[in-house]
Every structure is written in structure tokens, then in C-alpha cells.
Design a protein around this ligand. Sequence first.
Ligand SMILES: [Zn+2]
Length: 294
Amino acid sequence: MRILAFDIGGTAIKIGIINENGQILESSEMPTMAHEGGEALMSRILTVISEHKDVDRIGISTAGQVDYLEGKIIFASENLPGWTGMEIKKRIEDAFNIPTIVENDVNAAAIGEAYYGAGTNAKSFLCLAYGTGIGGAIIENGEIYRGAYGSAGEFGHIVTHVGGKDCTCGARGCYEAYASTTALVKRVKQEITLNEVNGRVIFNLVNDGNEHVKKIVDEWIFEIIMGLINLVHVFNPSLIVLGGGIMEQPYIIKYIQDNLPRFVMPNYRKVIIKAAEIGNNAGILGAAHLAMKI
Ligand SMILES: [Zn+2]
């Protein structure tokens, strides 16, 4: 079986041809050019498919809230203007008659980690992705737990600070307003004058022994831990997989491993904290895996 998989993000689209064993036979990347709008994006996807009509299935991982059964976008933020409402599955199946699935990017990445990455030996676990916001997914017996209306796992919007900072969702005090990579970058910018601030710059300063930046980073990691304490007590997971580019920093994972057990009750301390393992390929591998099963 050959599956054509896409991972659509705000800046780039990753494309892969994957076989039934999860091997990536070909892969490439193209810019999303999101500013051109949803219809232009859809037609670029259709053009790529028209060049690979020999595939058996199509799996799409995309940013935004997805109606998995209908294969359409319920809501996409301004990172993908005009993507809200797009009937991706219908458009592809009408044009090419190739069975297609569409999944939210964090869910797809979690399935990728479940079958080909950090979660291979733990079929029930939590996955969080730290970036502009914080995405989450719940994997139960190798499948995504979706909740009553398909949107379970929005861990970025659990409230960790009552009456706290404004969040992009309209509420206040949400986890992602404190623990996302964006929140860390904002904090560093407020306190230190630098030409360019991003995760890499921040961790270079920590590794060079900058105590001021290290203090900010340690406080930020405590914000990450606060959210995990809640999740550990709700789900009692064996494993939590932490993804997003910033989690490639071993300092963060080690700090969480060393400190989280102090804040949870004894029964919950066996939880294993791991960084995501297949990073950039998790979305296409997860989407391909879901497509194999239809
Ligand atoms: Zn929120």
C-alpha cells in the first residue's frame, strides 16, 4: 500500500509517500503561502495529488480544529486564513476517488509517536506540543480519544492562573499563556535587550551560564510542570510525550523529570516524561497510519 500524506502548517507543507510499514519512501516540502487564502491552498494540494494518482490512500494532517468524520475544518486561526469550513475530504474524493482522512496536526503527530516514535511501547499516553500555543492529544489503546464533540485534549486552555493573563481564546489564565514557547520568548524580551529572541538564542544563553536567562527559563519550566500536575492527576498516564521544537533541549526534559514527582501524589510518580522522537515526520506518519486503517 502507498499512502500520500500531507502535514499542513502555517508556514510549510510537508509531503510524504509512505508504505504500510511506516517507511517514508519519498518526502518533500513546499511553502504554505497561507496569505493567498484557503482556496489557493486547497488547489495546491489537489495539484500535488494529481501528480501522484497511483497512491491507495491520502492522509492529511492540518493545523486547525478538524471534524474527523466529515474531513473538514471546523475552525482555523488567522495562521491559515480562509481554511475554516474547507471540505478537504470531499474535495479530494470528488476529484480523485481516493479514500482520504483528515486529522488535526497534534492528533496526527500523537498517532505518529504512538506507532513509530516515543509511544511505541505505551499504547495509552498523553502528548503535548509546545510552540505558539500548546496543543494536546490523548491516546487511549492506540487511538485518539475525541470526547463527546470531537475536541478533547485542548490542554493549552486548562486554567493554571485564575484571573491571569489574557489568552488568544478569549479567556484568562490559560496554560498556554504561561507555558508556551511564545510565553517564554515574551518574558525574555521584557527583561533582556537582544536583537533576536527565539528558543535557540535563549538556550545558548543558558548554556553559556547566563544566570538571569536561566532563572526565567526555570520559572517557565515550572509553568509547564503546573499543567502537567493537573493532567497527571486526571489521566494517571504511564507516559507523557512532549513535542515542539523547544523540547529538543534536554535541559527542559531533565528539569521536568527531576521536579514533577515532588508535586504529584505517590501513586502518580511512575509517569515517564519523554521528548517526542520523530519530530518533523510525526504528522505525515500519523496521517498515513490513520489512512491505512480506513
Ligand atoms: Zn485559552
